[in-house]
Design a protein around this ligand. Structure first.
Ligand SMILES: [Zn+2]
Length: 347
């Protein structure tokens, strides 16, 4: 302190000098923060300009902005977003960003672009958000999802590493990404099968790569089948052709035996004593009972629902199309009347 202040003996002068220094530093610091904020707003406006496009259907060009309009316009934009009118929502978010420079609106804008299918624009905005707040988990998860959708698996994996460094549990996502990398990349069938088997042996959700293996090499897939995976594979197993089933393995699994009896692939004597027991799926029991009484017109169909958000789909999914959660689907088996009469019995 002695070297910093002038050499004199009056303590009042010293205190005044110290206070003066603190004041000057505070003013400079305040000025710097104002300058930084203004620069950030200018950058944001510059960034927004590139998104101001003709796809947006709502005319905001002639609309004069008043600060009191911010909340109602924001609520209107959210309503448009929820009702699927993304171009109108995008236009309003852009308008609000232009006049308020409120960067919290960027996430809404990115989400709307993502839902509207403008994935690259959504990527640009999420990267902009992350340049301001690098630890924004929601933006990281959404960016990872888009990279996965664009089949940019390396980038998606880099995002997962960032999330993992933040303590996020990304085990399932990582396994899912590895599976997507195998199934969506262009590789020879032999290499694909080898990688699927590796993933089955190392994955905590082995049923997921096993579903894919049943699609490409059912005979090999049966060797990795275990009863615990039956509920996640019932649709794939039901849809196999009779020549794709492995009788030696099936006879070890009562549930699967009953399913193939219901399907018409197995004769009653193959089931032995266990056939009367009920199985995991009531619909399959019904079809088997109908077969017992001579009715062979019942067919199984499948409905997929998400255990997390409860949305349902007629198509199977590894990632919920609504909430994007991984491996959260549940299979429901339904009964319908067969359209064509056919017999698959091996007898
Ligand atoms: Zn869901």
């Amino acid at each position: 302190m002695g070297a910093f202040l002038p050499n004199h003996n009056d303590p009042i002068i010293s205190i005044l000098l110290l206070l003066g220094t603190i004041f000057v530093v505070s003013v400079l610091s305040y000025g710097y923060s104002i300058w930084k904020q203004e620069r950030r707003q200018k950058e944001l406006l510059g960034f927004i300009q590139s998104f101001d496009s003709s796809e947006c259907a709502l005319d905001t060009q002639s609309m004069e902005f008043e600060p009191s309009m911010k909340k109602p316009l924001f609520l209107l934009a959210v309503a448009y977003e929820r009702s699927g009118e993304y171009s109108k929502a995008i236009n309003l978010y852009l308008y609000l960003l232009k006049y308020t420079s409120d960067s919290s609106l960027l996430r809404h804008l990115a989400k709307s672009y993502q839902k509207a299918g403008f994935l690259q624009r959504a990527v640009d905005i999420y990267i902009e958000i992350l340049s301001m707040t690098p630890r924004d988990k929601e933006s990281l998860y959404r960016l990872e999802f888009i990279y996965e959708h664009l089949r940019e698996f390396k980038r998606a994996n880099e995002i997962l590493e960032v999330l993992e460094a933040q303590g996020e549990d990304i085990g399932r996502l990582k396994e899912h990404l590895m599976l997507q990398n195998i199934t969506k990349s262009h590789m020879q069938n032999d290499e694909k099968i080898t990688k699927l088997v590796e993933l089955i042996n190392s994955s905590s959700s082995s049923w997921a790569p096993l579903r894919e293996l049943f699609r490409v090499d059912a005979k090999l897939a049966w060797r990795h089948f275990s009863n615990k995976d039956y509920k996640k594979l019932v649709d794939i197993l039901w849809k196999l052709e009779s020549w794709q089933i492995d009788l030696d393995i099936i006879k070890e699994h009562r549930e699967v035996s009953k399913m193939y009896y219901a399907k018409g692939y197995l004769a009653e004597d193959f089931l032995q004593k266990t056939a009367d027991e009920s199985s995991e799926f009531f619909a399959i029991d019904l079809i088997a009972d109908a077969r017992d009484s001579g009715n062979r017109l019942a067919e199984a169909t499948f409905k997929y629902s998400c255990l997390k958000c409860k949305s349902s789909s007629p198509l199977s999914f590894f990632r919920c199309p609504n909430c994007h959660s991984v491996y959260s689907f549940n299979i429901e088996v339904l009964v319908e009347q067969k359209r064509e009469k056919s017999s698959y019995s091996l007898q």
